[in-house]
Design a protein around this ligand. Structure first.
Ligand SMILES: [Zn+2]
Length: 119
């Protein structure tokens, strides 16, 4: 499997991140109560925290937990953009908002639906 390095950022630029993962050939929509509201398309794979480099201005990387408190949804304090989420099923593993990534044409990707509302 060929690995690629992806770069991403929030809208205002307070948060930048880089990670290594497989080629992005599809997108994931999750049906849980927060993803349904955000409407974001996510990576179909997860990346362990140690393979992610995060460069955020002081205090700008905020997070939000609900329900079981395991999944951790990260967003920018200034522009509000959701950047990535630590998953509930695999804590320590992250999925990314495809809309934040450089060189990824989100709307051309096939979308797979993950039934997060049922877990
Ligand atoms: Zn921002």
């Amino acid at each position: 499997m060929t690995l690629h390095t992806y770069k991403g950022s929030c809208h205002c630029g307070a948060i930048h991140f880089t990670f290594v993962g497989p080629e992005i050939t599809s997108a994931m929509r999750c049906t849980c109560s927060i993803c349904e509201r955000k409407g974001a398309l996510l990576t179909n794979f997860t990346v362990p925290r140690e393979k992610i480099a995060i460069d955020a201005r002081d205090g700008k990387l905020r997070d939000y937990r609900f329900g079981t408190g395991v999944a951790n949804h990260h967003f920018c304090d200034t522009c509000g953009i959701f950047t990535f989420v630590e998953t509930r099923l695999n804590p320590g593993e992250y999925r990314f908002n495809l809309g934040c990534l450089e060189g990824v044409d989100v709307l051309t990707l096939p979308i797979e639906v993950f039934d997060g509302d049922s877990i």
